[in-house]
Write a protein that binds this ligand. Structure first.
Ligand code: GLV
Ligand code: MN
Ligand code: MN
Length: 402
C-alpha cells in the first residue's frame, strides 16, 4: 500500500470537524483505531508483532538469516495533543511501514531485523507525563508512579489500559531487548529546514524540558461584594507568574509556556479559590532550565505573598538534555546520494530522546514543515517531502541493517 493510501486511511480518525485538528488521547477510541490499523498493516506485511505491558507495540521484519542479530528499530507514536496536527507521530509510524516496503521493492536483504514501534502516550496529553510508554519500557520511570497516574476524569492509567483491551504490566522492560539502534522520523516542529531550504534534516540533540504544576490557592468570595483590597485572588498571582515566565524566557533566549489551566470553581461571579497552571519550560542546557524554573517560581511566590495567596510548584516530568550519537548523525546526514542533510537541534521532546537516554544509539530524521507550526491543526508537510522522508528513512535503515 502506498504512503498516500496509508495517509488517507487515518485522515479522518480523531479529527475535529470544526478546527480540522486531531485529538487522539492515549488508549482512547481514536488512538485505538489508529493502533488497530497499525496492527492490520503489520499483519499484511507479515511482521511479527508484540505489545508490551505498557501499551507499546513493536512489529519486526526478520528476514531469514537475521537470527538474533541486534535489530534496527524505527517508528514513533499514534497519540496526539488536544487539537493537534496530523503529522506529529503518525508520520513516523507510516514512514516506517513505507520504508520497509521501499527496501523490499529495492530487493534489499537486511542482515539485521528491522522493527517498527508505536510508543504509548508520547505526548503525555492524557496522563500528564510525556513519553510515558518509552520511559516505562526503558526502565526510566518507576512503575509505582505510573500506576498512580490519573487522567483529567480521574481514570487511573491501568484502568484506561484495561478498558482499551490491554493487559497492563507497567514497567515491563522486555520489548526493546535486542534493539541495537533506533531511528525516529518526525515532522519538523519549527522552521529550521524551511530556512535552510532542505526537505530532510538530522537531529543533533533535544533541549532539556519539563512540565511543572503551579498550584495557586486563595480565598473564594463574591465577585461583587468583595472590595478589591480584601481579596486573596489566586488568579492575579497566576496571571503575574505567566507574564514573569514569558519575560524570563525572552530575556534568556529560552522557552516558557503556560498552556493549560484549571480554575476552581470556575465561576464568572466568584473570586476563585484555586488556580492550577502548567508551565512547559525548555532551555538550551540543564542548568539554564533549572535556573529559569527557579526564577519563575520565586517571582510567583513573591507575588503570592503580596496577594495573600499560596503557591506550590511540583515538577511533573523533567527530561534532561539529549545529545544524539554524533557519529551516527553524521553518518546518516552524509552517507546517501545528493547533498548532506543539515544537522540541527530541536526543542521538542521525543521517544528517541528516551531511548538515547537508555544507551541505545539513536538518531532522528526530520521532514520539512513549511510553516513550522506544530501541536496545532495547521501542522503540515508536503507529500513530496513526506516521500523524500520515506526514502531517507529507507536509506538510513539500509545503512544500519546492512
Ligand atoms: C512533544 O511533542 C513535546 O515536545 O512536548
Ligand atoms: Mn508532539
Ligand atoms: Mn511526536
Amino acid at each position: 500500500m502506498s504512503f498516500e493510501q496509508m495517509w488517507a486511511d487515518l485522515a479522518s480518525v480523531g479529527r475535529s470537524r470544526s478546527s480540522g485538528g486531531y485529538f487522539r488521547p492515549a488508549f482512547g477510541s481514536a488512538e485505538r483505531e489508529c493502533h488497530a490499523w497499525f496492527l492490520d498493516q503489520c499483519a499484511t506485511r507479515g511482521l511479527e508483532t508484540r505489545t508490551d505491558g505498557n501499551g507499546n507495540t513493536v512489529a519486526w521484519w526478520r528476514p531469514e538469516g537475521t537470527g538474533d542479530q541486534p535489530g534496527v528499530l524505527t517508528g514513533s507514536h499514534l497519540d496526539s495533543v488536544p487539537d493537534g496536527g496530523a503529522y506529529d507521530g503518525p508520520l513516523g509510524v507510516m514512514s516506517a511501514l513505507a520504508a520497509i516496503d521501499r527496501l523490499r521493492e529495492r530487493g534489499v536483504a537486511p542482515s539485521r531485523p528491522i522493527g517498527v514501534a508505536a510508543f504509548a502516550e508520547e505526548e503525555g496529553s492524557r496522563f500528564g507525563l510525556a513519553c510515558l510508554g518509552s520511559r516505562l519500557a526503558t526502565g526510566q520511570l518507576d512503575p509505582a508512579t505510573a500506576r498512580e497516574l490519573r487522567d483529567r476524569d480521574g481514570v487511573p492509567l491501568p484502568d484506561a489500559m484495561a478498558a482499551a483491551g490491554l493487559a497492563p504490566d507497567l514497567g515491563d522492560t522486555s520489548l526493546l531487548d535486542g534493539v541495537g539502534w533506533f531511528v525516529e522520523l518526525h515532522v519538523e516542529q519549527g522552521r529550521g529546514l524551511v530556512d535552510l531550504a532542505a526537505p530532510i534534516g538530522v537531529a543533533s540533540g533535544i533541549w532539556p524540558h519539563g512540565r511543572y504544576r503551579f498550584d495557586f490557592t486563595g480565598e473564594a468570595n463574591h465577585a461583587g461584594t468583595t472590595v478589591m483590597d480584601d481579596r486573596h485572588d489566586p488568579m492575579l498571582s497566576c496571571a503575574m507568574t505567566v507574564l514573569a515566565a514569558n519575560k524570563q524566557a525572552r530575556l534568556g533566549g529560552q522557552r516558557a509556556t503556560f498552556g493549560r489551566f484549571e480554575v476552581t470553581p470556575n465561576s464568572t461571579n466568584a473570586v476563585p479559590s484555586r488556580v492550577t497552571a502548567w508551565l512547559d519550560a525548555r532551555c538550551e542546557d540543564d542548568a539554564t532550565l533549572a535556573a529559569l524554573v527557579a526564577e519563575v517560581s520565586r517571582l510567583g511566590r513573591e507575588r503570592a505573598a503580596r496577594d495573600g495567596t499560596g503557591l506550590e510548584v511540583t515538577a511533573e516530568s523533567v527530561s534532561p538534555a539529549v545529545a544524539f550519537d554524533p557519529d551516527l548523525a553524521a553518518r546518516l546526514a552524509g552517507d546517501h546520494a545528493g547533498p548532506d542533510w543539515p544537522v540541527l537541534a530541536t526543542q521538542a521532546g521525543h521517544d528517541a530522546g528516551i531511548l538515547a537516554g537508555a544507551g541505545i544509539p539513536t538518531a532522528m530524521l526530520f521532514v520539512r514543515n513549511p510553516t513550522g507550526i506544530s501541536h496545532a491543526p495547521a501542522e503540515h508537510a508536503e507529500v513530496a517531502d513526506c516521500l523524500a522522508g520515506v526514502d531517507a528513512l529507507a536509506d538510513s535503515l539500509e545503512r544500519l541493517a546492512g
